[in-house]
Design a protein around this ligand. Structure first.
Ligand code: ADP
Ligand code: MG
Length: 250
């Protein structure tokens, strides 16, 4: 790659394809995400949304094309390395440590904590503790730091997992259906949470809940059959005939 190929976008996905036994789950996808952008990806089941996140995070290897984060090519990197580059990803189902407290869950997510996973004996220095408190406040769990995670509501578990990403301060956070199973009140709180988070980093959210999307979306990308069907504001997307046909009409 020469310098003229450099981009100001935080994330530049170009011509990205993955083929499973000849079936292209993601098909020549080109998508750019700005610094500080909150991007929502919608689309019917099987559109390839989760696979896009799998490709960015290195869980699935691309058949073709490129994913660059701050101009660094990710497609040949390991998942672990991609996390260290500053990309955090939350899966659909919460994967927290049920038997640990909220504090401990956040603590083992701290970049230094990982090295000693298993012992949990590393020094709880002031820097770690203050970062954990900061994050706990952001995710509405500051009064529950000593509670075992299994006692949290489903929505609180989802927030805790977002918090576990925030602890290490990633520049890009990717969330797969973060409000699934949440109460209306929890969903509204999540809107506030994500808007706040988006002030200091970029977020890619995959979501089905159209009320939620309407409340949060700046730019919406509609995926269908592994390709972009439409990209624009929520209003533009909702008024698009092809989108109505394949997605909103169903
Ligand atoms: P979405 O998240 O939009 O519902 P997915 O990205 O999960 O869709 O899946 C897109 C398509 O790719 C589906 O048809 C799915 O069955 C297929 N797919 C996803 N991952 C794999 C895989 N590892 N192997 C084979 N097929 C897959
Ligand atoms: Mg999915």
């Amino acid at each position: 790659m020469n310098d003229s190929d450099n981009t100001d976008f935080l994330l530049a996905i170009e011509d990205l394809t993955v083929s499973f036994d000849g079936f292209k789950a993601v098909d020549s996808l080109t998508l750019y995400v700005d610094q500080g952008e909150l991007r929502v990806i919608i689309g019917p089941n099987g559109a390839g949304k989760t696979t896009v996140l799998d490709l960015i995070s290195g869980k699935t290897k691309a058949t073709n094309g490129s994913v660059r984060f701050k101009n660094k090519e990710l497609t040949k990197m390991t998942e672990h390395k991609i996390v260290r580059e500053g990309i955090g990803r939350k899966f659909q189902t919460p994967s927290i440590y049920e038997k640990l407290t909220v504090f401990e869950n956040l603590e083992i997510s701290y970049p230094w904590g990982r090295k000693v996973w298993g012992s949990l004996k590393f020094t709880r220095n002031q820097q770690v503790v203050s970062r954990i408190r900061e994050v706990a406040q952001e995710i509405f769990l500051e009064d529950m730091l000593d509670m075992e995670a299994e006692l949290l509501s489903h929505g609180q578990k989802q927030w805790l997992e977002i918090g576990m990403l925030l602890v290490s301060n990633p520049e890009l956070i990717m969330l797969d259906e973060p409000v699934a199973g949440m109460t209306a009140k929890e969903r509204d709180a999540t809107v506030e949470l994500l808007k706040k988070i988006a002030k200091t980093r970029s977020i890619i959210i995959i979501e089905h809940d159209m009320d939620f999307v309407a409340k949060i979306a700046e730019r919406v990308t509609v995926l269908h059959l592994g390709k972009i069907l439409k990209e624009g504001t929520m209003e533009e997307v909702q008024n698009d005939k092809t989108v109505m046909d394949v997605y909103l009409g169903h």
